[in-house]
Each structure stands twice: as structure tokens, then as C-alpha cells.
Design a protein. Structure first.
Length: 260
């Protein structure tokens, strides 16, 4: 797992009360570091960068590459994901914010540069507002749903799986209502263990996600998550419906590989 630590340089002007000699500055820095380390994990900021490669299911060179920046501050998770085509042009930009404790959505903003699709979610006063624009120039569809503990949105699916790891490994099924801006509603989904495998030498468990309704299952293919059995339970690969549309506006199934 790659971690990046950003250190800002202090700039001092003549006569500044913060202008200290190196020997005098050291104790202050040590005290500051000690204070930061004393903060509980929920308050300390954590950051992670994940590389993404998306392939056609048939194989070949990556169709898209992406990068996901994940940070956690005071119990709030922020994910910023950018996908680019082989020419380096950004094709999709996604910003998601959710609460670490209950995986509840705070906000979600997805912008597609292929056809101009837009998706937004915003939690406020016990409701989630959904906004959807099907393509550039189209009028937005806006609606709200009452928040329920059973509701989830796409960025929290893997954390939800990890939180129910032992139950799923034991054969149980986890269900939730997924927010789908394009439908201005939620759609019931279920997750269950599909089997065990090995990926690049690492033991993994494959989790299968599909609509709860058998009618919708006939229209939407299952999605698969390969998650490592190691205690970190990192997702290593995803196979299924991509959020990136084709140039004609159609859906496409891809294989996404995570690089830590």
C-alpha cells in the first residue's frame, strides 16, 4: 500500500515571532509530533493512493487507467477517482464522501466526459437528494429518498463486504438497497460468497453481487469482487458493469485491477 506524506514548508519573515534557530525549533517540532501521534485514529488524517487498470473481459492492453486518492479525517472518508483513456484524456471524475462509522453517504459527484453524464447524491436532514443528467445538454432529473440504514451507494460496497466478512465466508447473504441516480430510486442487491481462488499468488475470496429481484437479475449480469484473505481484505480485482459508458452511451463490462 503506497502512502504519501505531504509536508508544508514554513515561511518566516524578519521579526516574526515564529522565527526560531534550528536548536530552538527542534523541541517544538518534537512536541508537535507527539501531539499528533496522541490523537485517536478517528481524528488523525490517513491517506492512500490506489492505481487502477481497466481491461476488456477478453483481455488485451488496458482500456483505461485510473488513480484513486483515499483520505480519512475525523471519521469521514473522501475518495477522489480519475479515469483516463490511453491518450491521457480524462473520461470520468468521481468524488465520494461517506461516514466511516456507518458507511452513510455524505455526498457523491460523478462527471463523465464521454457523453456528458452527471450523477449527484447529497444527504441532508434524513433524506438523500439524487440528481441525474443522462447526457450533455439534457435536463436534470431530481428526486429524494428517505434515508434508511439499509441504503448504500457504490463506493461503500467493498467496505460493506469487509464488515460482513465472517458472515459471508460462513455462507450468509448480505442485502442492501443501492442508490441508483439514473433510476431516481434504490435497487435491492445481495452479496454472497462465490468461491475461493488465488490471484497473483495471493489467496482471495470471490464475492458475487447481483440484484435481489430475479426479474432484474435477468437484465443485469452479476458483478464479482476478488478480495484478499489477508487481514487487510483489500480488493484486488473487480469484474462487471463499469461506470464508464461507451461513446454511443451504452454500458460495458470491464475487469478492473487494483494496484496498491
Amino acid at each position: 500500500m503506497e502512502q504519501k506524506l505531504s509536508v508544508s514548508r514554513m515561511r518566516h519573515t524578519a521579526g516574526s515571532p515564529f522565527r526560531l534557530a534550528p536548536a530552538a525549533l527542534l523541541p517544538a517540532l518534537v512536541a508537535l509530533l507527539g501531539a499528533l501521534l496522541a490523537l485517536p485514529p478517528a481524528v488523525r488524517a490517513q491517506a492512500q493512493t490506489i492505481g487502477l487498470e481497466l481491461f476488456e473481459l477478453a483481455g488485451g492492453a488496458p482500456k483505461y487507467r485510473g488513480e484513486r486518492q483515499v483520505s480519512v479525517t475525523s471519521g469521514v472518508v473522501t475518495e477522489v477517482t480519475s479515469y483516463r483513456d490511453p491518450a491521457g484524456q480524462e473520461v470520468q471524475h468521481v468524488e465520494a464522501v461517506y461516514r466511516e462509522e456507518n458507511l452513510g453517504v455524505v455526498s457523491y459527484r460523478a462527471r463523465d466526459m464521454v457523453i456528458g453524464r452527471e450523477e449527484d447524491l447529497l444527504y441532508k436532514d434524513g433524506k438523500v437528494q439524487m440528481r441525474y443528467v443522462s447526457e450533455a445538454g439534457a435536463d436534470p432529473d431530481i428526486d429524494t429518498v428517505d434515508w434508511q440504514n439499509s441504503i448504500a451507494f457504490s463506493p461503500v460496497v467493498v467496505p460493506l463486504i469487509v464488515r460482513n466478512w465472517e458472515r459471508l465466508r460462513g455462507g450468509a447473504e448480505v442485502t442492501f438497497d443501492l442508490l441508483v441516480p439514473s433510476r431516481q430510486d434504490t435497487v435491492g442487491f445481495r452479496v454472497r460468497m462465490d468461491g475461493a481462488a488465488e490471484l497473483n499468488g495471493a489467496p482471495v475470496t470471490v464475492m458475487r453481487m447481483e440484484p435481489s429481484s430475479w426479474i432484474i437479475r435477468r437484465l443485469v449480469d452479476p458483478m464479482y469482487f476478488a478480495i484478499e484473505d489477508a487481514p487487510s481484505h483489500r480488493v484486488l480485482e473487480f469484474r462487471g458493469r463499469s461506470t464508464i459508458p461507451t461513446k454511443s452511451g451504452g454500458d460495458q463490462d470491464l475487469r478492473m485491477v487494483y494496484r496498491y
